[in-house]
Design a protein around this ligand. Structure first.
Ligand code: AMP
Length: 192
């Protein structure tokens, strides 16, 4: 069962205000389902919106932020619990450890880095937790297309493609996560 969900998303607002609203609504929905939020601890952009949504729904928010970013005033001060870590790698690892599943909302390179790590570690057998893309406005369609190309070109096995969820429906994402079975790790030629 998903009790804690890591949400990766933009530290910027985005041009389309629907993304902010959707992030806040996701937070409210998480609180309603008693799912705690694990996220990057920021107060700005979609990050701030999703955390505020959880807090508005009287839910629990775990922020994980680097000391450096905290020193720059990025932290959302009202989170339930804040983990201050030394660097971005520790931040990503801590978020994955705390959560039962990982969900990417629209965002930029930081979001892409986080969700790529979670997804690629699935192929290594180092991440047994589900990874999903909140595909608002078909935001992640180009990435889904690229993953399809990787598959066609023989760089990404079908089972890993099948193990990622792209959806704009929270209930569908929860169902995917709650019934998830991690795929076998990749086997290399001649591997015993
Ligand atoms: P971005 O998508 O580039 O806006 O980065 C935001 C996402 O990556 C969040 O999920 C954060 O956990 C993480 N992150 C990476 N860099 C930053 C940053 N400079 N400020 C806030 N969060 C960041």
């Amino acid at each position: 069962m998903i009790r804690r969900l890591a949400v990766y998303c933009g530290a910027c607002d985005g041009r389309d205000s629907r993304y902010q609203k959707a992030a806040h609504y996701l937070g409210l929905n998480m609180a309603k389902h008693q799912i705690e939020l694990v996220y990057g601890g920021g107060q700005y952009g979609l990050m701030g919106a999703v955390a505020q949504g959880v807090l508005d729904g009287h839910g629990v928010v775990h922020g994980v932020i680097t000391k450096q970013l905290a020193g720059r005033g990025v932290t959302m001060k009202t989170v339930t619990d804040l983990h201050l870590v030394d660097d971005m790698d520790t931040r990503k690892e801590t978020m994955m450890k705390l959560a039962d599943g990982m969900l990417a909302l629209p965002g930029g390179l930081g979001t892409l880095e986080e969700v790529s790590q979670a997804a690629s570690w699935m192929t290594l057998g180092d991440n047994e937790k589900p990874v999903a893309f909140y595909n608002l406005n078909d935001f992640y369609a180009p990435l889904k297309g690229l993953l399809g190309e990787m598959n066609k070109a023989g760089f990404l096995e079908q089972r890993y493609l099948n193990s990622l969820c792209f959806s704009a429906d929270f209930k569908e994402i929860l169902h995917f996560m709650n019934s998830y079975q991690a795929p076998l790790r990749r086997r290399y030629k001649d591997e015993k």
